[in-house]
Design a protein around this ligand. Structure first.
Ligand code: TMP
Length: 215
């Protein structure tokens, strides 16, 4: 029998790595097993955080590069969205012993803002100290993807994404950063997501089943 407990699962990876797809698959599988689960994302997840997300994404696509947000403004917006998200959605769900699946979390800030754009990590760590409220992911899946697969996936998307606005090297650096973070930690799983079959979702579910002690 499954014993309810707060459990926080995060998916990370660069654009086109399939994390949104995999998080949905996992969400559906847990629901089928009658496990109370919420699926959410960053930046976003609540009304106010989604408003901030729109601000950030709009800025990526604004044509006038002179008026783009400074990298610290950009970082503060991600952190502001995170603060709202943790306070109003993640923390309350964990207090109710739900499983929370989040598409991106703090490692995206390290990969994109710190390693990608040279934002001072101390600045971020200081703010995190206040806003994380003791929340830490129980497990993190880092989905690793080849350049070719991610490009192919992104081409199929109807909505525009940030990928077109940044150089490939930016993403190579971000992926390297995710892997570097994961290598230091026991509860991180680096999984290859370049194939387009269902082996990855099975692998992910098997790992989660072990942690949640479900059969
Ligand atoms: P998405 O493509 O997963 O919806 O994420 C939107 C963009 O936000 C994506 O380009 C990664 C970026 N991002 C950061 O740069 N820093 C962060 O802390 C987060 C959560 C996302």
């Amino acid at each position: 029998m499954y014993k309810k407990k707060p459990f926080f699962i995060v998916f990370e990876g660069v654009e086109g790595c399939g994390k949104s797809f995999q998080s949905k698959k996992l969400f559906n599988k847990l629901k089928k097993n009658k496990i109370e689960t919420i699926l959410t994302r960053e930046p976003g997840g609540t009304k106010s955080s989604e408003l901030i997300r729109n601000l950030i994404l709009k800025d990526y696509f604004s044509k006038n590069s002179k008026e783009k947000f400074d990298k610290y403004t950009d970082t503060l917006l991600y952190l502001a969205a995170r603060n709202e998200h943790i306070k109003n959605k993640i923390k309350p769900a964990l207090l109710k012993k739900k499983v929370v699946i989040c598409d991106r979390f703090i490692d995206s800030t390290i990969a994109y803002q710190v390693d990608g754009k040279n934002v001072d990590i101390k600045f971020i760590n200081n703010i995190h100290k206040k806003i994380l409220r003791g929340i830490k992911p129980n497990i993190v899946f880092i989905l690793k993807v080849s350049k070719n697969s991610s490009k192919k996936r992104l081409k199929k998307r109807k909505t525009k994404n940030r990928y077109d606005n940044f150089a490939q090297s930016f993403y190579t650096r971000a992926q390297r950063s995710f892997i570097k973070i994961a290598n230091k930690k026991k509860n991180y799983f680096i999984l290859n997501s370049s194939l387009n079959d269902n082996s990855l979702e099975i692998k992910i579910f098997n790992i989660v089943k072990k942690y949640l002690q479900i059969k």
